[in-house]
Design a protein around this ligand. Structure first.
Ligand SMILES: *Cc1c(COP(=O)(O)O)cnc(C)c1O
Length: 367
């Protein structure tokens, strides 16, 4: 399956079995919790519809950032609840949410007012967000009790789930984790005891350091794990499978003499007689322009170093130490042979950014 006709072999292979496997792992970790499969940003670059299909059996709801992403899933025929993690931008979205069973997060006053003033055909399920310390979205903890009462008493609202989001769940020792958890527990203690709760993203779900207490009433919101990455980088690696393999062909090979430079800005200079391979992938495909010399690329069974500035459509790698190489050979930028986490580390970014930035001109091939 590929989206149209493509002669350029550069592509992202998406392993739907890996997605399914990772979702099963997430399901296992979540225990009695309900599980939200977070597939915002086009399923972290893997294709939202295809990911939704693959993880269907393991999740109780999907999570997206905003309404347009949700409507794509409804257009594709998915009927599960979909949570809008940023909530609504305007009151015009509320009737659409009611009609399509989209569940908005309510994180600030204007969103609350819009719901209280709306007249809807069906009541909304809403997610009330508490700001327990990340200071990005959410009502202050001391406001939650009053806001939740307003929502509960509103005929436009069918159910309220109280949620929060951790800023440092991937860092076991970070003192803010405990503080956020304490504040969330206080918030929960002050709202109706039977309230449904949601605190955990992937890192909090996998972290041994965070005790999320009574999980039975909770929702876990898991994204990155579905795609094969453990953001907590624990000693004991989880048996997750990378879902994306990003590939590009070698389109030229040349010898470069000592002292000659490669690429824009002449940022890499040959210190020995060198062989340079040019690959058909660049920053317009989502391979970051700021990737430094030495960033690993997997080619013919070994890792070779990036050599020279990333261009729009191409990169260059030092293949001097490679025994066999021909034009047409394929390099893996990340995937089963080269962990996206390792590449992210070399580039000074995170796996989330690498995966979500693979651009539209890179065809996704599903298997
Ligand atoms: C994106 C997002 C998640 C998923 O985070 P992962 O680290 O990918 O598991 C969970 N909750 C919220 C509010 C998010 O925005």
């Amino acid at each position: 399956m590929s989206n149209g006709l493509h002669f350029r072999p550069t592509r992202a292979e998406i392993d739907t079995d890996a997605l399914r496997h990772n979702a099963t792992m997430a399901r296992k970790h979540a225990g009695h919790c309900k599980l939200m499969g977070v597939i915002k940003a086009n399923g972290y670059g893997h294709g939202a519809v295809e990911v939704a299909q693959a993880i269907n059996g393991s999740v109780d709801a999907y999570g997206v950032a905003f309404i347009d992403e949700a409507l794509k899933l409804r257009d594709a025929g998915f009927i599960q609840p979909i949570v809008l993690l940023e909530g609504c931008f305007s009151e015009a979205e509320l009737p659409v949410c009611a009609h399509y069973n989209l569940q908005p997060v309510v994180h600030q006053q204007a969103q609350l007012d819009a719901i209280l003033n709306a007249r809807l055909v069906k009541p909304l399920a809403v997610w009330l967000k508490a700001d327990t310390g990340m200071h990005r979205l959410g009502f202050a903890p001391e406001q939650i009790e009053a806001v939740s009462k307003q929502l509960e008493n509103c005929p436009q609202v069918g159910s309220v789930t109280v949620m929060t989001h951790f800023a440092n769940a991937d860092r076991h020792q970070h003192p803010l984790n405990e503080r956020q958890l304490d504040r969330f527990n206080e918030v929960c203690a002050r709202t109706t005891p039977a309230r449904t709760l949601s605190a955990a993203n992937t890192a909090a779900l996998l972290s041994s350091a965070l005790d999320l207490g009574d999980k039975a009433s909770q929702w876990c919101r898991t994204g990155i794990m579905l795609y094969g990455v453990d953001p907590t980088k624990q000693q004991e690696a989880l048996p997750l499978l990378p879902a994306m393999r990003l590939l590009a062909p070698v389109i030229a090979v040349r010898e470069v003499a000592v002292g000659e430079a490669v690429g824009y800005g002449s940022q890499w200079v040959a210190e020995r007689p060198s062989r340079i391979a040019t690959l058909a992938i660049g920053y317009a495909d989502g391979y970051p322009r700021h990737a430094p010399n030495g960033t690993p690329v997997w080619l013919n069974g070994v890792e070779v170093p990036l050599a020279g500035t990333v261009s729009m459509d191409m990169i260059t790698v030092d293949v001097t130490d490679l025994e066999h190489l021909e034009v047409g050979d394929e390099a893996e930028l990340w995937g089963p042979n080269l962990a996206v986490a390792k590449v992210a580390e070399a580039i000074g970014t995170i796996t989330y950014e690498l995966l979500t930035r693979v651009s539209e001109r890179v065809p996704r091939h599903y298997k």
